[in-house]
Write a protein that binds this ligand. Sequence first.
Ligand SMILES: [Cu+2]
Length: 507
Amino acid sequence: MNYLIGLLIFTLIIVILLQVSKISQVAAKIRGEEEVAMQRNNNTAFWMMVFMIVFLLGTVFSAYYYKDSMLGYGPWASSSEHGSEIDSMFNITLILTGIVFIITHILTFWYSYKYRQAKGNKPIFLAHDTKLELIWTAIPAVAMAFLVAKGLVVWNNVMTDLDPTENYVEIEATGYQFAWDVRYGGKDGRVGNKDFRLIDLASNSLGIDFTDTLSQDDILLGGSDKIVLPVDTMVRVAITSKDVLHNFYLPHFRVKMDAVPGLPTYFSFKPTKTTQQMRKELSKYPEWNEPYDPKDPEGPKRWEAFEYELACAELCGKGHYSMRRVIEIVDRDTYKAWIAEKQPFYLTNIRGTDLDPLKDKRLLPSEIKMRNTELNKLVYDAVNAVNDSASTATTIRFKNVYYETGSAGLESDSYFELDHMAGLLNKYSNVKVEVSGHTDNVGDSAANRELSRQRAQSVVNRLVQKGISADRMVVVGYGDSRPAETNDTEEGRATNRRTELRVISKS
Ligand SMILES: [Cu+2]
């Protein structure tokens, strides 16, 4: 029954509408077509104005409402120095095009409104107007020139290579299917040379040239390790590829550069926010307070799980997605501690092995540096332990003192360690030391004792040459009487053939 009544009402409404339209058609005939057309024009013009206002207000409002989803705003603000400049360029473009957008819309709709009743008015036909052409060419040209000039300034800021003497961290990213090999410059902060002819997949997959001193302290990151970088410090990334085109893309830092096989590229940028600071900022936005994993509503929030990332932005093959790496930005001290724990690849994996192109060379500059640092600490400890008779810290074994075979003459490779020791003895001018020679048990004991004494004397002579007074040093040859290790193995005997320095008193 209800259904029937509903159908009846609906049919009635349709009939009424049809009748009304019939009446208005009859009325139009009575009033004349012109008047009706005018009425229609008025209506259309009015509604066009309404549309314009609603549309423009809606555009501005939605831009404002969704600003936190736009690049450069809110959670998407740049985390690097030059990134803010790039974002500001996008902003200027947005503002300029926004102004043109609003003006053209107002004019379009306003003209339709204003000339709605222009009876008898005919449009002017302009085949050519130099003045107009000039105006609409010059204004965009000036605006474009401004944008291009500003863009060039930003581009040059980013792409001007750093002065090698400047203080920056250098890393190298080598893309391959499907991962990045990341190399840090190590202590000297600079990444050394590499050469594709040296590539050996098992031992040297990057083809690092170990004869380059800059390479010797370089650090290789494990395949899935986070790439850790210090905040507020320039970072130079050298970018290469081993197989196909990849792209080194750090979206949060507005860094994006092709990795091209055979053509090294680079990018410099300065991170301005640590991962922790970024997380804290994100925690202010409601959408970042949603659970990271929707299936686990109690789990960490999106902001807690936030990580900066490195992505490959070139579709490089079916494993492309696995080139993602996590980037962690930390404060400088944390970075220093992190990098200090990493072992140089060459010194730990290659040095002294058959793969070492420098295996005939006893001492490398980096090793000398490391030994000097070690000696500084050993001597400091020895001087402090001098009054503690139970301590063994007073005795320091020379590691890099070499004698000619069967004689007491020093080889020149011994000088760096002895000369550094002379410097330290100068610094601690209040201590007296004993320099002692030791041998293994091979050969005649008396001869061993004599040789060890002569060798200790050679060491003292070098120290005297370097300005240490001879009366601060006692020379002893212990021969084979004080073995440090067993004499039954070659290794033990090698350890026993040694020269030592012991701090005996401090005034
Ligand atoms: Cu790739």
